[in-house]
Design a protein around this ligand. Structure first.
Ligand code: CA
Ligand code: CA
Ligand code: CA
Length: 433
């Protein structure tokens, strides 16, 4: 080589411009880098002309990586011969140049041609090399990005969200996994990330509220595949999401959900109501049972008489002043009888009348304030049955109420009498329950 270069210089200097040396006529400079995409055909344009005094003895085309060196083709008996592993893909294009069809990522590496020529000066060897960089062409046949909306909007009852899914593709990566993520642009100008990748398509979920407008998908510009697009104008595509349609759908779905929830609530309400009814029924049964139990358990003490559901009565025949009678009842855990109803009045009157009492004390007096009759408990009576003209506080000294069975005109009606008089009386004891 150095000898030949020097020879050319010498020839140029003597103005004798004639090729006495192998000439690389192809456009490719030595150690050039060739960029191609997966699936492309590539030409290694090492076209050369031998000088008049040179005869091609041998040509070898080789592929090299860091670890291996492989013969692609060779020159034998003035014929071009691809090696077995390349014979389907490699063709001689012209003298020295060759083409390789349908390149794959595995074809990346260093390619070289070694030429051996014979002249009268002996054997000369020439070499050219090129680096082949195969880019991952991620796209399908038409090498264009396609964006579309995936079916209708989907409403999720559980989360009450409304989703529209867009997809961008279809990609075919030489490895199974995507080597990049596409770039999505929202109508607002913001960028969005794909939520899923499947079978060559990137998916973008738009959650509610969905913003209507144009969504764009593109391959990242810095990715190698970007230059493998057939036309850079097709490096992105867009889809229009109709905001009016989305809003109408959203409203319809929300109303449907509300209706369903309403019906669910109604059903639950009915269930609760029937549970309440059942409880009421059981409560009634329990009350009935309780009153039966009470009747069995809560009986009046011996020598006391039950009347109504809640009181026991005892007639004390010993004539006593009203106040002493009151204390005596209290000492028995009872009170001087308090008449609360006509039924009780009749019962107590019959009791004292049957014992032959002429008069009998009742638990009612105006000792505290003249004219204001109170029960021993201090309460105003809920029921009274004074005889007409009574209470008359005769001689200003009548402050305690009594029955007067001895006076037939009084019947079961009441009179006020001097508290110091001595009368039989009735004590009333309330049953505890
Ligand atoms: Ca009473
Ligand atoms: Ca009085
Ligand atoms: Ca009186």
């Amino acid at each position: 080589m150095a000898y030949c270069g020097l020879f050319v210089l010498v020839l140029l200097a003597t103005s004798n411009i004639h090729t006495h040396c192998l000439d690389w006529s192809g456009p490719l400079r030595d150690n050039a880098v060739l960029s191609v995409c997966v699936g492309d055909d590539v030409t290694l344009p090492w076209d050369f002309q031998t000088a008049e005094n040179e005869v091609t003895e041998d040509i070898k085309w080789e592929y090299e990586t860091n670890s291996t060196s492989k013969l692609i083709a060779f020159y034998s008996s003035e014929r071009f011969m691809p090696t077995e592993s390349y014979e389907q893909r490699v063709k001689c294009k012209s003298n020295g140049s060759l083409t390789m069809n349908d390149v794959t990522l595995k074809d990346s590496g260093m390619y070289s041609i070694r030429v051996e020529v014979q002249s009268q000066d002996g054997v000369s060897r020439y070499q050219r090399s090129a680096s082949l960089q195969v880019k991952d062409s991620a796209l399908i046949e038409d090498r264009k990005v396609h964006v579309q909306q995936e079916g209708d909007a989907v409403w999720d009852n559980a989360t009450r969200t409304f989703t529209i899914t867009l997809s961008c593709g279809t990609f075919r990566f030489t490895e199974d996994r995507p080597t990049f993520d596409v770039q999505w642009t929202a109508p607002t100008g913001g960028t969005l990330n794909s939520t899923k990748y499947s079978n060559g398509r990137f998916y973008l979920s738009l959650p509610s509220p969905v913003v209507g407008g144009t969504y764009t998908c593109r391959i990242p510009p810095n990715h190698l595949s970007h230059t493998c697009l057939t036309d850079s104008r097709h490096d992105n595509d867009f889809v229009l999401v109709d905001s009016v349609k989305v809003n109408v759908l959203q409203t319809i779905f929300e109303q449907k959900t509300l209706r369903e929830e309403d019906e669910k609530l109604k059903a639950e309400n009915e269930k609760l109501q029937s549970a309440v009814d059942k409880l009421k029924e059981e409560d009634g049964k329990l009350n009935e049972l309780l009153s039966r139990i009470t009747k069995v358990i809560d009986q009046c003490p011996r020598s006391w008489t039950l009347h109504g559901e809640s009181s026991c009565y005892k007639y004390i025949s010993t004539a006593t002043t009203w106040q002493a009678a009151k204390v005596q009842c209290e000492n028995m855990g009872a009170s001087l009888v308090e008449i609360d109803s006509q039924a009780e009045n009749s019962f107590v009157f019959k009791m004292v009348n049957s014992k032959g009492a002429k008069e009998a004390w009742l638990g009612l007096s105006d000792l505290g304030e003249e004219g204001v009759f109170l029960l021993p408990s201090g309460q105003l009576p809920a029921f009274t049955k004074w005889h007409s003209g009574e209470p008359n506080d005769s001689s200003n000294r009548e402050d305690c109420a009594e029955f007067m069975p001895g006076r037939s005109d009084f019947s079961d009606r009441w009179n006020d009498a001097p508290c110091g008089s001595r009368n039989p009386f009735v004590c009333e004891q309330h049953l505890l329950y």
